[in-house]
Design a protein around this ligand. Structure first.
Ligand code: SF4
Ligand code: SF4
Length: 97
């Protein structure tokens, strides 16, 4: 015998809630591969435009590489305007490379 329509709907909704991924945290800046510094070209404009100090540079072979300290980033987007390479996006923390 078939399940009653109300029970089918209830099962469907319960399944949807059970399988739902938890909500993402607040959006933060993420630096993509077009970043000049990641390609060996000296640039620190994003650090200069960030008022919270969330853009940090780490020494690496070939030059300093930028990294976003997600705990300090407010997702304000000010660094996007300062990036000559268009390498910065505001994304959910899980998407940060
Ligand atoms: S989004 Fe705002 S707080 Fe985050 S790195 Fe860019 S300028 Fe700094
Ligand atoms: S301003 Fe843009 S290109 Fe320059 S280091 Fe920051 S992310 Fe890279």
């Amino acid at each position: 015998m078939d399940e009653a329509p109300d029970l089918k709907r209830r099962s469907f909704l319960l399944g949807r809630f059970r399988d739902a991924t938890p909500p993402a945290g607040p959006p933060v800046a993420a630096i993509g591969p077009s970043c000049f510094a990641l390609r060996g070209i000296a640039c620190m404009s994003c650090r200069d435009t960030c008022s919270t100090g969330a853009v940090r540079f780490e020494l690496a072979l070939g030059g300093a590489r930028p990294r976003i300290a997600t705990d300090a980033c407010t997702g304000c987007g000010d660094c996007i305007q300062g990036c000559p390479a268009g390498a910065i996006r505001i994304s959910a923390p899980e998407a940060v490379a």
